[in-house]
Design a binder for this molecule. Sequence first.
Ligand code: WQD
Length: 337
Amino acid sequence: MAVLVTGGTGFIGSHTCIELLNAGEEIVVADNFSNSKPEVLNRLKKITGKDIPFKKVDLCDEAETEKLFKEYKIDEVIHFAGYKAVGESVAEPLMYYENNLGSTFNIIKMMKKYGCKRIVFSSSATVYGIPETVPIKEDFPISAINPYGRTKLFIEEILRDLCVSDADFSVVLLRYFNPIGAHESGLIGEDPKGIPNNLMPYICKVAAGKLPILSVYGNDYPTRDGSGVRDYIHVVDLAKGHVCALDYMRKNKGAKAINLGTGNGYSVFELVRAYEKASGITVPFKVTERRPGDAAECYADPSLAKELLGWSAEYGVDRMCEDVARWQKMNPDGYGD
Ligand code: WQD
């Protein structure tokens, strides 16, 4: 009776493994290390004291994926595995469709073949495109503005169609807002390959002297200080939301999309100041042009998660920055080579 965590050595996946184990769940992790490192498994053991069953798997290979379901009795899947860089998806759309959709097709095929009827999917607020208003509710119009976002949208629709075709399936589509932070131990955290696309890891690299300066993508937005506003959510809060989603699926059939956000928006300048306070390091920045496709404001109405999952975010942006500053200080080169 295990929960299969695909992409379980990634940033959100690894934090979710800890919360699943803390909740007494039995887990199996599958990953191909395309955006993570084997060292994560050592860190998870240090934190939890447990050897987590792990398989290095290319989920785009049907036979390899089937081996997982043959070897383990899998009752639920939490599906994180997938490419997630917006810019890269624009340059390499076919690679994104092949990988993100192909791996999901194999997972679903094997779930059906081996009688596994519950899946939590790692979706994203990116499916809302540029929202007309905020806060964002789950019934807002969905659209995608890049191939990465379209893979999330397509997989949501595929899983909805699956539930229409088979009423025994339970699907929770968790729409993440902006996950940042790190486990309080400082042993696991976000370790993006190359130059970070996202704000928090970029701030960390500048503060650590590994990048010279932060570019603030526009200060002329209609927001309280002109910079972009986002719903930053502690990755541990996000992880706990997945444990609640498991419980929900065990009591409810059908497909449900649920926002995982705090409901609070913070601007770029506010996040920079919060990190400076937490780390004691000044972060040099310059204001540049807006980044194409960016919304002025994007933050969640988290009331449905509270109603259906009994979940709400606990940590504020100061704690997020304290935890990520500790991770950065303890791991200046991330998980290393
Ligand atoms: C946040 C804010 C930028 C970098 C993306 C994906 C989304 C999800 C989360 C996966 C914006 C500004 C950023 C920088 C900046 N990922 N910024 N300088 O764009 O809200 O969401 O990551 O699911 O799908 O779209 O996050 O961290 O890139 O940007 O000024 O160097 O920081 O303009 O206002 P975003 P982000």
